[in-house]
Design a protein around this ligand. Structure first.
Ligand code: HEC
Length: 147
């Protein structure tokens, strides 16, 4: 199984102090980072469940639904002129809006497919849908998020 705790570890590390504060009105950078943290908080437990071989169809379905509810949150905070510290976004987000939008749509569609797979309660389908979703995170990050 290749489901890793990578994201949880990342988020834990980021909680450390010494970060640049987002001083802009409405804190767009902070807001979208928090939204991604909420996403990962609901994404990771599904991976843990699959990795440990403790698939519980009902619990998984409720996690998938909770995840789905958070999928839309970060995007409105990527307004024009919001590429400033402490962002970890690359300038490509604003330079390549169509490509970014394509990644976002793939992510949302993969979330829908995960919810649908969870409703079948079929573990094999859930595993595939979870991996496809995970790939959309990684694929977008490759171009649009700094490492
Ligand atoms: C369409 C592109 C895209 C997709 C899809 C995407 N992300 Fe991100 N993610 C970003 C960008 C851009 C940032 C940097 C935001 C910033 O710092 O301004 C980011 C930041 C993050 C962060 C760091 C938050 C912080 O405080 O630094 C985490 C964790 C994260 N994403 C997890 C995920 C997970 C998990 C998924 C999939 C379930 C996912 N992302 C899907 C673009 C994406």
């Amino acid at each position: 199984m290749k489901f890793t705790l990578f994201f949880l570890l990342t988020v834990g590390g980021l909680a450390a102090c010494g970060e640049v504060a987002d001083t802009r009105p409405g804190q767009p950078v902070k807001s979208r980072q928090m939204a991604f943290k909420e996403i990962v908080k609901h994404f990771e437990p599904m991976g843990v469940m699959l990795r440990k071989g403790q698939f519980n169809a009902e619990r998984f379905a409720s996690l998938a639904a909770a995840f789905k509810e958070r999928q839309a949150a970060p995007w409105p905070h990527f307004g024009p002129d919001t590429n400033y510290p402490p962002t970890k976004a690359t300038a490509e987000v604003w330079a390549q809006p169509d490509a970014f939008e394509k990644e976002r749509q793939a992510f949302l569609a993969a979330g829908d497919r995960l919810v649908a797979a969870a409703q079948t309660q079929d573990r094999d389908r859930v595993v595939v849908a979870y991996e496809v979703l995970h790939d959309t995170c990684k694929h977008c990050h490759r171009q649009f998020k700094q490492n």
